[in-house]
Ligand binder design. Structure first.
Ligand code: SF4
Length: 198
């Protein structure tokens, strides 16, 4: 994480206490509202947090650093898989049936690791918790990591490699028309008056 205050925020949001996490998100939302700032939910790994399954990050400074510098823009860092209690490092998981949209619609969907163990419930829990924190922070945009079964907005890891689809959190955001960009396509951020140059 390049920004120490953002790392502290990440730690408060992803600690053991759900109450503390919700309080931190609410404080961010109130502060943003008071100052007229826009809040963007960002996959924590894109910001440099080591939250990926392999204990590494997916930092893309060319995209996130301009966001962090932008006036009237606040960031809430979120990792739904940590919020779902999956830990780090963890086994990589993928959709073997359906995607995040199917989960939302109550259609068949299942997420497994390489040994066939079912991770659907923790993925759904993490997506719900991340959505709740983003709501409390009044997030109106999102920048999420492509291909993740939680964060992918256009592609996800499926049974035989990367396939079109939405992850569990991206589907929830997109279902309510929250603009969702990824590190491979930042065009949805142009809806924001504060991100016109991305
Ligand atoms: S769940 Fe999302 S934020 Fe967490 S490591 Fe995977 S892509 Fe990054």
């Amino acid at each position: 994480m390049t920004d120490p205050s953002l790392h502290e925020q990440f730690m408060r949001l992803h600690g053991e206490s759900n109450e503390e996490a919700e309080e931190a998100a609410s404080m961010l939302g109130h502060a943003a509202e008071a100052s007229g700032d826009q809040v963007i939910a960002v996959s924590a790994c894109l910001l440099g947090e080591k939250t990926r399954y392999d204990g590494r990050d997916a930092h893309v400074p060319d995209i996130v650093d301009p966001l962090l510098r932008r006036r009237h823009m606040r960031v809430i860092p979120l990792c739904p898989e940590i919020l779902g209690g999956m830990g780090c490092p963890r086994d990589p998981v993928r959709f073997v049936v359906g995607d995040g949209e199917a989960l939302l619609r109550g259609e068949p969907a299942r997420i497994e690791d390489g040994l066939g163990r079912n991770w659907t419930a923790p993925i759904v829990l993490g997506a719900k918790r991340a959505e709740r924190l983003a709501d409390l922070a009044r997030a109106s945009l999102a920048l999420l990591k492509e291909r993740s079964p939680s964060c992918g907005s256009r592609s996800i890891h499926g049974p035989r490699g990367v396939v079109p689809g939405r992850g569990a959190l991206a589907a929830r955001f997109m279902h309510r028309n929250l603009p969702v960009a990824s590190e491979t396509d930042t065009s949805p951020l142009r809806f924001s008056p504060f991100c016109t140059k991305l």
